[in-house]
Design a protein around this ligand. Sequence first.
Ligand code: LMR
Length: 407
Amino acid sequence: MFKHVEPYPGDPIFSLNEDFQNDPRAHKINLGIGIYFDEEGRIPVLESVRRAEARLLAAGGTKAYLPIEGAANMRGAVQALLFGAGHPVLSSGRVVTLQTVGSSGGLKVGADFIARWLPGSQVWVSDPTWDNHRAMFEGAGLVVHTYPYYDAGDATAHPPRPAGGLEFDAMLAALAALPPRSVVLLHACCHNPTGVDLSRAQWDALIPLLRERELLPYLDLAYQGFGEGIDADAYAVRALAAAGIGFFVANSFSKSMSVYGERCGALSVVCPDALQAEHVLGQLKATVRRNYSSPPIHGGQIVALVLGEPELRALWEVELAAMRARILAMRRALHDALVARLPGHDFGYLLSQRGMFSYTGLCAPQVDVLREQHGVYLLRSGRLCVAGLNEHNLRASADALASVLAG
Ligand code: LMR
């Protein structure tokens, strides 16, 4: 019956994380998966989240099914977080939002919708992008291409070719050549894996092109608050809304509220008018019902309470700012440690890149040496999760990186 079933090679991020868990070496360091670890190397349960959970329990709790589209209080709170409370795009009923199983669930529901209702539309993702984007859209039956985004250089060339950085002109040129209704996946902030974002001026140059070419932007907002701040990181969402463009945005609370396993996310679609919004919501609900029926209640209610209760909201904003500040401090500390070890090298990228990740430019064989000889785990693309660093593992991380870079 199953003889023809091929073995699964594993997911590059989750498999690496499992390898890390199974690694018996005490000195191992996890800079692979995109998870925020605190100063003691633990995944924090935020105090705002603890208090929200306590309130939910004290109120008696409920384990009832949610509606297919999720809880109304959570969906409303997400809309205000993304667009800003009272935004005209909300009051005019043009935005539909579904609570989803993480932003991954949202991305996939949106991809299924596109495959069903925009037949012929193909998808363009940045080169490079999060490893799972392509798999997700292809899994929905869509054809996926890449547009130029970041030139990482080539450390293995002779002589090595340095990173060229963001390829904004090439990106614009590629997008300008796409047929109408092409789906363009964009990282709203804290680009995964490079940590290199578009500036506001670059968003302002890109958005008219998206509108003129009648392209369909699909924003992935998984790290809101880890870049510059909650509102600043929503710039692309609000600028697209202001431009009157229809678009998708999948957002996540995994990182910003440290609720990874609760699977809290949402999918929002901005539509031309309220009637189309109603129909889009209906078909998204049909998609959800065919997939997982309805989202989980517990995490969504945590999010709704943290966003909606002023005291919890204020506490969360302080906690999120502290995570952001700790990542920035680790960027600076790793930069300084590497400069001290390899004075001739340029590690400025650690300071300019934003969010959890830095793209180190290390090639896969160098990453393998880091893991095998030093117990330091990075993705084979050279992506390093800065949020995995702390005062206890920084020196060993810098020693290992410097030793590999010195060759
Ligand atoms: C990552 O990029 O490491 C995270 O977003 C975790 C994941 O689901 O891949």
